[in-house]
Design a binder for this molecule. Structure first.
Ligand code: BES
Ligand code: MN
Ligand code: ZN
Length: 471
């Protein structure tokens, strides 16, 4: 799908006319249609004229207009264009103040690329392939087309993350993830090194090794590096469980198939690297993805077992399904040993509890420092990737005390997202750190107003915006 700027309407197939509440149209359209259409956010009305189709698309009140409204509007446009089977469409961009246009075009490029994505590699019947061209009717200048190009690159990066995660577990194995990382590193211009099971054991990452024991797939520890090595790096850690059965503490069968998505954090880190390199961000980035399956076999780790972590701390395994925190702990320790992180950010589908707390629209945000929160919230608002701050409540720390080891991997019943975060904090120490529990947001089984079902690539756009504002 090509997306380009155009001064005049060019596509006879379909014209999208987004309208704020109260906005009048000087177009020659049936009067009643315009009078009845109230421009509420998300409402649509398709009008057939003699020569074309026009879609009225409500944007709601102009004063309430925000990035998510526009992502919803563009998503609706793409879906309707694909349903109609048209090859091209025009979108008449809403009139906005000039100083907002660049950011708006970046968002538009992102949103259209994001919404134009279909995962149909395994289907005979392909959807949406007909839509080839989208013209944005807008002012034109070099800055605006650059912004659009950036947005499109960001959209592609998010879609890469989505595809990695949408592939089934029997295809997207730890080795597949590592293979993709190597190819992507070559293509985009960053470094990639992969540690296999022997090197992981040699490195004494006993938690990652422990989680991998029940699987025949070898674990992979993927290390990415991009940019100027003289600067202290931002270290991005992504949970890469290519399938989480729960292990011996096995999960119920219902919805277990969704656990192929348990590597979304790792996929997002890869997406961020592709975007950072495509945009040539002047930052130093390190990416760490502990990748493994969590399965059962005669060799699998069992409740009651004790594993020795990378830093030598012993961990009593109470529940083998609390495996994400284990592999992340070793990756975080590795980050601290070999890099001097300016900030560690981790992305993990870590707990069902964060879904209970926040549902599927907000990522749970935990941090041991207030320093980055404002900027993170700004980037979140700008990209419509929503976060909600949750407490790293020290009151619950004692729940992780073990009578026979240094720490155990399970807290008590309440505050499950927090006790998981506290487990990570034990390994993070005082290094500045942001933990993103994306269990609710990394994929969706229902169509959202701005995203089709499947993996969402949550965090790619937000993080790139955050990074470029912290250079
Ligand atoms: N990958 C899951 C978390 C998850 C569950 C993500 C449902 C998305 C949807 C994680 O490894 C897990 O199993 N967490 C357990 C922890 C529990 C055993 C303390 C959970 O949340 O149930
Ligand atoms: Mn689990
Ligand atoms: Zn998991």
């Amino acid at each position: 799908m090509q997306i380009q700027l155009s001064k005049t309407e060019t596509s006879p197939n379909l014209t999208i006319l987004p309208l704020f509440v109260g906005e009048k149209l000087n177009k020659n359209l049936p009067k009643h249609a315009l009078a009845d259409f109230k421009n509420r956010l998300g409402s649509t009305h398709l009008i057939y004229t003699d020569s074309s189709r026009v879609l009225l698309l409500g944007l709601g009140e102009k004063k309430n207009f925000k990035p998510e409204s526009w992502r919803t509007a563009t998503h609706t446009s793409i879906n309707i264009a694909m349903t109609l089977g048209v090859e091209s469409m025009d979108i008449v961009l809403p009139k906005l103040p000039t100083n907002q246009l660049e950011a708006f075009l970046e968002l538009t490029g992102f949103a259209l690329t994001f919404s134009g994505y279909r995962f149909d590699e395994y289907k005979k019947e392909k959807n949406g392939l007909k839509l080839k061209e989208v013209y944005l009717i807008s002012p034109i200048n070099a800055k605006l087309s650059k912004a659009l190009t950036r947005g499109i690159a960001l959209g592609h990066a998010a879609n890469t993350a989505r595809s990695l995660a949408n592939h089934p577990g029997n295809v997207a194995t730890p080795t597949h993830l590592a293979q993709h990382a190597k190819e992507s590193a070559k293509k985009f211009g960053f470094k990639c090194q992969v540690l296999g099971p022997k090197e992981i054991a040699k490195e004494k990452m006993g938690l990652l090794t422990g989680v991998s024991l029940g699987s025949d797939q070898p674990p992979q520890f993927i290390i990415l590096e991009y940019g100027n090595k003289n600067k202290p790096p931002f270290v991005l850690v992504g949970k890469g469980l290519t399938f989480d059965s729960g292990g011996v503490s096995i999960k119920p069968s219902e919805k277990m198939e969704e656990m192929k998505y348990d590597m979304c954090g790792g996929a997002v880190v890869l997406g961020i690297f592709e975007a950072a390199a495509a945009l040539k961000l002047p930052v130093h980035l390190v990416g760490l993805i502990p990748a493994t399956e969590n399965l059962l076999s005669g060799k699998a780790v069992k409740p009651g077992d004790i594993l020795i972590s990378h830093i030598g701390a012993s961990v009593e395994i109470i529940n083998t399904d609390a495996e994400g925190r284990l592999v992340l702990a070793d990756a975080i320790s590795y980050a601290k040993k070999y890099y001097k992180p300016k900030l560690i950010i981790d992305y993990a589908t870590l707990t069902g509890a964060v879904i209970t707390a926040l549902g599927d629209e907000y990522t749970g945000y935990f941090s041991n420092t207030k320093n980055y929160q404002k900027q993170f919230e700004k980037s979140s608002a700008l990209t419509a990737e929503k976060i909600w701050s949750l407490p790293l409540a020290q009151e619950y720390k004692d729940q992780l005390k073990s009578s026979i080891a240094d720490i155990k991997n399970l807290g008590e019943k309440g505050a499950g997202a927090t006790t998981a975060a506290l487990f990570l904090e034990y390994f993070v120490g005082t290094t500045p750190w942001i933990h993103l529990d994306i269990a609710g947001t990394a994929w969706t089984m229902r169509p959202k107003s701005y995203a089709s079902p499947g993996a969402t690539g949550w965090g790619v756009y937000l993080t790139v915006d955050f990074l470029r504002n912290n250079i």
